[in-house]
Design a protein around this ligand. Sequence first.
Ligand SMILES: [Zn+2]
Length: 363
Amino acid sequence: MRAWRFHGFGDMRLEEVPEPACRVDHVIARPLCVQPSVTEAQLAQGIPTLAYERVKRRLQTEAPLQLFGHEFCARIVEVGRDVTDFAPGDRVAARAKLPCGRCPHCRTERSHLCRLGPVLGFDLPGCFADLASLPEIALVKVDDRISDSEAACLQSLSDSVAAVETAGVQIADTVVILGQGSMGLECLQVARLSGAGMLITVDVRDEACAMSSELGADHALNARHCDVIATIRELTEGIGADVVFECAGGSPQQGLAGHQTVMQAIDAVRSGGKIVGVSFFGGPLEMNIDLMRERSLRYVFPDISTKAHLAHTVRLVASGRIRLKATITHVLRGIESVPQAFQITANKGKYRAINPAQVVMAE
Ligand SMILES: [Zn+2]
């Protein structure tokens, strides 16, 4: 079969590799639609972000290496002996970070805190290939009302569901979301369903602001055209928002906001309010801890999404409560176009993409 393998950063090649054997608790599936995550698209080029050191080490010692491809919809062609919940023909999506099943966290029903298990696409080969071997515990069945293309977004949506749950949004809370990429737009929609009051979103791209208004923002602010903090203060009677999601930070070379949205989040949240850190920055950053201490701010980070979060995404999308279709701006066809999808996804601002670029691998 064909698979994309990395020989180093910036060097991906489509090569013939042996088909995977079906392990007892795994399935073999044919990828139907796959998208690189923003993190994967940056790592492919060697840009430091989440898991950079780990991927670098693997490339140095194990290349050529099948990497990435954890955001997908695939159809099962074979199931292992111990697989109970899936059958050939089922369409599935997955969560990426898996519990080890053996550590004290996993043994006490806190597997969302486990960091010892494998990550799909990083420690296990993902779906940029004709066939993929996938552990049963990663998977969820995709409802018939959800398209292949929408299903490829469920992994990221399940992380957004986990982020909103971590935020503990209360009925009528004013919520600010900095950044309206795919996770920002998902957090917007999930927060809205979870009882948020006024929803204020911020981006620097007109197309993202327009999408945000369409998907339920009460105020979609373009940071290029207004003073974001002054506007948020005005909308909140001077005190700031109850919850701020920071979904915009990261490498400025890729059109992300650098560190400045963290400082903005601190200025936008009310005293005692919560900041939810969704972005990765690829390095340490300096913060005014005294100011945060003085204002009793809570800076929290999302829990890893669980099987329950992933199952919930199926419900949300199948019932039409969450809309993903509008955010999917670039769809390419054929396994050969995978590098182009990486290119678009790593530079979404330049290509005016909202969701990562998708690749239809098979029908
Ligand atoms: Zn564990």
